[in-house]
Design a protein around this ligand. Structure first.
Ligand code: URA
Length: 190
């Protein structure tokens, strides 16, 4: 099996899909490589593409603020990355072909990290990592446990919370459920 540096090197040099033509930086992921909790978004936006770091724009700031309320901090106790590692032009949804080209990197990241809990940020990540017909308005905050034994939940994407602040109370409730699950199944996060 690959190690983190070898995987990162391969990912940074990737030219498997057309997003390689338009990206500034590959956004591999951030956070401790032994975290028990993993957050997964859909793909880098403009700020992420420019800085090479996931969730560093307005949505990322909101996410960091909300997660700090349940004592989660990306420098300390969670890992964060995306389904696709390069920015789709004009922030469109990543195409299935782009997701298919890229998903192997995420699968290797999951194999290396061995998270206890995966939190999908938004519908695109949930459709890929929980079930294809995932309904974010109905199924956010619910726990799913697939064959690998990893607990999975989706919350609204931070961009949706910026667009529609009325969704924030639901997300706070989901994060309280996340905190409870962390206390139940994680040993090093808190
Ligand atoms: N939106 C995402 O899904 N991922 C990022 O890294 C930034 C914005």
């Amino acid at each position: 099996m690959a190690n983190w540096e070898e995987l990162r090197g391969r990912c940074m040099a990737c030219r498997k899909c057309a997003l390689a033509e338009t990206r500034t930086n590959v956004v591999f992921g951030a956070g401790p490589r032994d975290a028990e909790v993993m957050f997964i978004g859909e793909g880098p936006g403009e700020n992420e593409d420019l800085q090479g770091e996931p969730f560093v724009g307005k949505g990322g700031q909101l996410l960091d603020e909300m997660l700090s309320l349940i004592d989660l901090d990306r420098t300390r106790n969670f890992y964060i990355t995306n389904i696709v590692k390069c920015r789709p032009p004009h922030n469109r949804d990543p195409l299935n072909t782009e997701q298919d080209a890229c998903i192997g990197y995420l699968e290797e990241q999951i194999d290396l990290l061995k998270p206890k809990i995966i939190v999908c940020l938004g519908r695109i990540a949930a459709a890929r990592l929980i079930k294809p017909d995932f309904k974010i308005t109905r199924e956010h905050g619910q726990w799913f446990r697939l064959e690998d034994g990893v607990w999975r939940m989706a919350i609204y994407h931070p961009a949706a919370l910026l667009r529609d602040p009325d969704k924030r109370p639901d997300t706070f409730a989901d994060l309280r459920a996340l905190r409870a699950k962390i206390r139940e199944v994680c040993t090093r996060t808190y």
